[in-house]
Design a protein around this ligand. Structure first.
Ligand code: GLC
Ligand code: CA
Length: 615
């Protein structure tokens, strides 16, 4: 069965379209681990291309593609030896271009990882730079006679590197590196370097990428007397790239990987003239802390420290990614707590964090996983899902560094989890094979067949979220509640007059046949009827949408007495079943939530007629 072609949303269209990223759900793909099309044991571009059906079915809006450039692979491909090419193991530029075209035809954008801070030490630029002190590239990297400069700059990979300086025997000088010693930092003080990197950005935009995730954004420049992070010079350089995008590639986006406190991270939005999106790094560990403490304050406290962001910007929020669960932006006490709760075995520790996937972190507790996703899908920001976490895939803590969370995607119970037909020994990493998370138990094929699976649940939530644009751009108003285990908030604001979602659960049956064969049916059409009058409607095609989200962070059932004076007279309609609840009054509004329960309500002025929505 061939996939229906969907119209390409205009990427250079009206301003509304250019803000697609404020509503998007991103899906992070490790190319090497996704799908192996030529059975050499390594995932590749054609493999990802073959699986676009799946991603379209799942309902993601954008792919974030981890580095695919030529690399000696000593840091998962973040050690690049050629910025203008594709690693042969992954395919060719033509393969990439075809992938982009097909993704675009399906309305899926693709954002590439852009590693600007450093190269591999095998990059020809570095080989030349280190060869003498007076070659043409001698100043392309950061060299010094001693290793004492910039002592304030912290070492990122504290468990493997002692210093940010490494001695080079040939040149008889030290070179600067913020990450591994085999990843020398480029020297952005040199205009040739800066210009070359801008050319590189243009090269990939011309190929058709919809933007970039800016790897290690804070570290581009160094300056005496500073920690060498978040410097004004670095911001200026990112703004230069943004200008290039605004002038020649409108609609493409920059997403900053800037690990820092909320105020420092928010600086990467500039005045709306720098990055479109920034990962909300400090929120992530606090979600894990809150559910273990069964208290909302870690979340509310960090949200209260999170500044307003400029118009046209958006947070990117996530539970897990290809790195360790980093504990850089927590206090020492919080770090000890998180390690003691989530890394009971020393082998789970990686760098300054924990090298595990979502499901094992949660002891495989599905309700807890749903609760965390419910927060990530409804807090202000665009959600980013790490491949495999839609299945609650497991990890392998016996693998080195962050390979623990980079094992092959589990497509089916077949050989190698359906990832590759290569001999097992040839695979880039062994698939997870334990009885709990192994591909026999956890795989796409099985979860597609089972409407009660986590995969179907998440897909339903993505459909639901799409019908509630206010979750992308609305304001967030915390709802007071005396029970500290309850986290509740109202997202509200004006939204374009799109149809309100009916329950997605009616469409949860697999569509078409042959799920096992990897064929996915047409994604469900967006709901075309407006089952209830949601909020007020005005004549300009704008209406107010308000969604109340309530979360029980405790493993026991809890009462929630919610203070909702502003919404007195409104009816909460539970969004999944469209079931109207009693009208809100001036008194506290009391509901009960089961263990790790969550409920989303649309707040509507006029109560719907129950037979219309239920029958
Ligand atoms: C980023 C990447 C990480 C990599 C590092 C150095 O933090 O997410 O995987 O090791 O940059 O490039
Ligand atoms: Ca391959």
């Amino acid at each position: 069965m061939s996939m229906p072609r969907l119209p390409l949303p205009s990427r250079d269209g009206p301003a509304g379209t250019r803000r697609w990223y404020q509503h998007a759900v991103f899906y992070e793909v490790l190319l090497r681990g996704f799908y192996d099309s030529n059975n050499d044991g390594i995932g590749d571009i054609r493999g990802l291309h073959e699986k676009l059906d799946y991603l379209q079915w799942l309902g993601v809006d954008a792919i974030w593609l981890l580095p695919f450039y030529p690399s000696p692979m000593r840091d998962g491909g973040y050690d690049i030896s050629d910025f203008f090419n594709v690693a042969p193991d992954y395919g060719t530029l033509t393969d990439l271009s075809r992938l982009l075209d097909d993704a675009h035809r399906r309305g899926i954008r693709v954002v590439s990882d852009l590693v600007m801070n450093h190269t591999s030490d095998t990059h020809p630029w570095f080989i030349e730079s280190r060869s003498s002190r007076d070659n043409p590239k001698s100043d392309w990297y950061v060299w010094n006679d001693d290793d004492q400069r910039w002592p304030e700059a912290r070492v990122v990979f504290t468990d493997v590197e002692r210093s940010n300086w490494t001695w080079d025997e040939t040149r008889e000088q030290y070179y600067w590196h913020r990450f591994f010693s085999h990843q020398p930092d480029l020297n952005y003080e040199n205009p040739e370097v800066a210009d070359t990197m801008v050319d590189m950005v243009k090269f990939w935009l011309e190929l058709g990428f919809d933007g970039f995730r800016l790897d290690a954004a804070p570290y581009l420049f160094q300056r005496d007397g500073t920690a060498g992070e978040h410097l004004p010079e670095t911001h200026d350089f990112i703004k230069r790239i943004r200008k290039e995008i605004e002038s020649n590639y409108p609609g493409r986006v920059l997403l900053a990987e800037a690990n820092g406190w909320p105020a420092d991270v928010a600086d990467y939005f500039g005045d709306g003239d720098e990055c479109h999106l920034c990962f909300h790094f400090p929120l992530m560990p606090r979600l894990f802390m809150a559910v273990r403490k069964e208290q909302r304050y870690p979340i509310t406290e960090i949200l209260s420290q999170t500044p307003e962001i400029p118009d046209g910007c958006q947070w990117a929020i996530f539970l897990r990614n290809h790195d360790e669960l980093t504990l850089e932006q927590v206090t020492d006490e919080e770090r000890d707590y998180l390690i003691s709760e989530y890394a009971k075995d020393d082998r789970m520790k990686r760098h300054m964090g924990i090298g595990r996937r979502l499901a094992p972190l949660l002891d495989g507790n599905r309700r807890l996983a749903e609760l965390l996703y419910s927060m990530v899908l409804s807090l202000p920001g665009s959600p980013v899902i790490y491949y495999g976490d839609e299945l609650l895939m497991g990890d392998n803590i016996y693998l080195g560094d962050r390979d623990s969370v980079r094992t092959p995607m589990q497509w089916s119970p077949d050989r190698n989890g359906g990832f590759s037909k290569a001999d097992f020994a040839q695979l880039y990493l062994p698939p997870v094979m334990d009885p709990v998370y192994g591909s026999d138990a956890v795989n796409v094929e099985a979860q597609c067949r089972n409407p009660g699976s986590f995969l179907h649940w998440l897909r339903g939530m993505l459909i639901q979220r799409r019908a509630m644009p206010v979750l992308g751009v609305g304001t967030m108003e915390p709802t007071a509640c005396p029970n500290p285990s309850i986290l509740a908030y109202v997202r509200s604001g004006e939204v374009a007059d799109a149809p309100v979602g009916s329950s997605p659960w009616g469409t949860m049956r697999p569509i078409g046949e042959g799920f096992g064969g990897g064929t996915f049916g047409r994604p469900p059409a967006p709901p075309s009827v407006v089952p209830v009058a949601a909020g007020e409607q005005d004549l300009a095609g704008q209406r107010t949408q308000a969604v109340l989200c309530v979360h029980n962070l405790s493993r026991f059932a809890q009462p929630a007495e919610l203070s909702l004076p502003r919404w007195s007279g409104y009816t909460p309609v539970e969004v999944l079943g469209r079931v109207p609840f009693p009208v809100i009054s001036d008194e506290p509004y009391t509901i009960a939530l089961g263990p790790y329960g969550y409920l989303w309500f649309e707040l509507v002025r006029e109560p719907p007629f129950p037979e219309e929505v239920i029958g």
